[in-house]
Structures are given as C-alpha cells and as structure tokens.
Design a protein around this ligand. Sequence first.
Ligand code: GSH
Length: 212
Amino acid sequence: MTHTLYGSQGSGSAAIEVALHLCDLPFRVVRASTWENDSAQAELARANPLKQIPTLILQDGSVLSESAAILIHLGLNHPTSGLLPNSPKARAQIIRGLVFIAANCYSAIGIIDYPERWTLADATQAHEALKAGAKRRLHATWEMFADTFASAMSKANEPINALDILLAVVSKWSGTRAHLAEHRPEFFAMLKRIDSHESVAPIFNEHWPVKN
Ligand SMILES: N[C@@H](CCC(=O)N[C@@H](CS)C(=O)NCC(=O)O)C(=O)O
C-alpha cells in the first residue's frame, strides 16, 4: 500500500510532501480540509478526529497526524533522507524546534483562524481581540524561534532538514514572513534560501503560486 496524504493547497500538507519526496516514498494526495466542503472531509474525519491536515496513512494502514510527529517518524525511518541528523545532539535540537513550532506557532494560527473555538464570547469584537492577541503572541514566538534555532537550520549547501521544512511552511501564514523580514532580516534570508532549495521550490510553487 502506498502512503495516502490528506491535504490541500497552501496548507501544512506541503511540508509532508517535501519530506515524502526526500524519503523517496511514493504517495497519493487526497484533497481534504474543513474549509472545502467538496473535499474528502468524511474520509479525513474517520482518520483524524480533529479533521486537520496533514494527516498521513502509512503503508500498513495506520494513521499518523501532527506534522511534527510525521516528520520525526519519517526522519527516523529514513536516515538517508537528511530529515534528521545522525548526531543525537543535533537531532535533539531539531526535535525541540519541531515541537516548539507545533506547540507555540501552529497552535496560535489555529486560534487566529478559528477564534470561535477558543472563546465563549460570540461578539465579533471579542473574536477580533482574540485574533489580534494571538497574532501578536505568534509573531513574538517566531522572534524567539529565530533567536534560538537558527543554528539548527541547515547551512547553505547542506541537505534540507525537517525543521527547515516545517518552519518554511508554518511561517507562510498570519503575516509571519513580513514580520520576520522587518524584525529578523538575517533569519528571513535563511527562510528564502529554504524556499528556493531544489527539493522545496517545486512543491512550494504548486502550493503558493503567488509569492509571499
Ligand atoms: N497540530 C497540527 C495542526 C494542523 C492544522 O491546524 N492544520 C490546519 C491546516 S494547515 C487545519 O487542518 N485546519 C482546519 C481546522 O482546524 O479546522 C499539526 O501540527 O499538524
């Protein structure tokens, strides 16, 4: 059985597509998302109760969701992919960074996109206030990421790693790139280098045909 990736254009499934290519694993993409009613929503819901993408069905039929978990799993099972370094010390920092993004950045984007899930107030003003607070926190968190994890990212001419991939995707949203361009220009330049990497650019161009 080949891998099945539930995903959608411009979503976090882009990160897993890059990783599956680096692992040389064949896969099919099934378009599914909570915001596309004509997509495979029921199938996705059966696999993942959160109905979130990326959700990956492995070759044995088991379900793997949570982008950081998927990237760690693929990296551990495909040591030559370059997703995770062999050195335990370097690998620990990549895993730390992946969980940092999932816990602090991806989650804040979930609040910005769906404020109604996170407050009992139903007034538009309350939702806008929550979104603005989450966005401010998200941007502050990315500054911390830049200050903490730049050394864990791949250097020019090194293979792309799992942390590069997840951060390049999750930083596409909620005004993060513009914020980093202004407040962490050197880190922003590293992001642009990841975007243009030969393993990344073709997939990103499909997902984000208009540059941001
Ligand atoms: N914790 C998950 C978050 C995944 C996530 O929020 N995915 C978004 C798309 S990029 C989604 O499916 N959102 C739809 C929803 O929450 O209804 C991960 O790290 O993979």
